[in-house]
Design a protein around this ligand. Structure first.
Ligand SMILES: NC(=O)c1ccc[n+]([C@@H]2O[C@H](COP(=O)([O-])OP(=O)(O)OC[C@H]3O[C@@H](n4cnc5c(N)ncnc54)[C@H](OP(=O)(O)O)[C@@H]3O)[C@@H](O)[C@H]2O)c1
Length: 219
């Protein structure tokens, strides 16, 4: 039975990844700061994980046994939207930890397990991380996800020799608490597309930054 570790699986896109992989018979290890009735209902293993607790993140491999086929580094935050004051700067600094530093440390922590399975490391980035396509604004979020892209691209260079594929995905604009009610995509559609892309990703795509249909996003 293949196994997947999904962060931020209590709601939104992470919950949908956990739901779809569980429905397909995968072993799902779902992390959440706090579980939810929707996640509990899936009957999958839930591990508490706060991304700001970097000791817990870096030590996460101790909670795993055996090979891991897939990491979905999904958990992330959008706050603060802008940086105008010192408090925003502090929140931005926290966001860098949640959106970039913790996912990278988690990937490093589980890398040996993923290498055992010759598996994949997927980060949920955003189209807003693209410098080439930026229309400005939302500087904290854009920079945190652009930094994540660079971290993941560097990870791919390192994992190549292990047969591990690492890629960053823009899920599209999705109806979740982060995406809001006006988003055109449901979590079901976005996750269905991303799962297809994960399935067909090959070594030549490792290090890439992709839309959910597999087109490359300009950096
Ligand atoms: N929705 C979109 O349109 C969209 C577009 C582009 C990219 N994305 C990316 O896709 C991913 C999932 O987004 P979403 O729309 O599902 O967002 P969401 O509904 O806001 O869910 C975010 C998830 O991340 C978790 N999280 C946030 N901060 C955390 C922390 N410090 N420690 C542990 N978990 C934390 C949340 O847990 P709590 O419930 O405990 O807060 C929640 O499970 C994110 O990385 C986001 O940037 C989303």
């Amino acid at each position: 039975m293949p196994s997947v570790l999904v962060t931020g699986a209590n709601r939104g896109i992470g919950l949908e990844f956990a739901r779809q992989y569980a429905a397909d018979g995968w072993e799902v290890i779902a992390t959440a700061r706090q579980s939810s009735p929707e996640l509990d209902e899936l009957g999958v293993r839930v591990e508490p994980l706060e991304l700001h607790d970097l000791d817990a993140v870096a030590g996460f491999a101790g909670r795993l046994a055996g090979p891991l086929d897939l990491l979905i580094a999904n958990a992330g935050t959008w706050i603060p939207e802008q940086a105008e004051a010192a408090d925003d700067g502090r929140a931005w600094s926290d966001m860098m930890v949640a959106n970039c530093i913790a996912p990278f440390l988690l990937a490093k922590a589980v890398l040996a397990r993923v290498a055992e399975a010759r598996g994949k490391l997927i980060a949920l980035t955003s189209g807003m991380a693209s410098i080439a396509e930026s229309s400005g604004g939302y500087v904290p979020y854009r920079t945190s996800k652009a930094a994540l892209n660079m971290a993941w691209n560097s990870l791919a260079v390192e994992t190549k020799r292990l047969g591990v594929i690492a890629a960053a995905f823009d899920p599209g604009w999705v109806k979740t608490r982060m995406g809001g009610p006006k988003a055109p995509l449901s979590p079901q559609e976005s996750v269905r597309d991303m799962r297809r892309l994960i399935e067909r990703l090959g070594p030549e795509e490792s290090g890439g930054y992709f839309r959910r249909d597999g087109r490359r996003v300009p950096w």
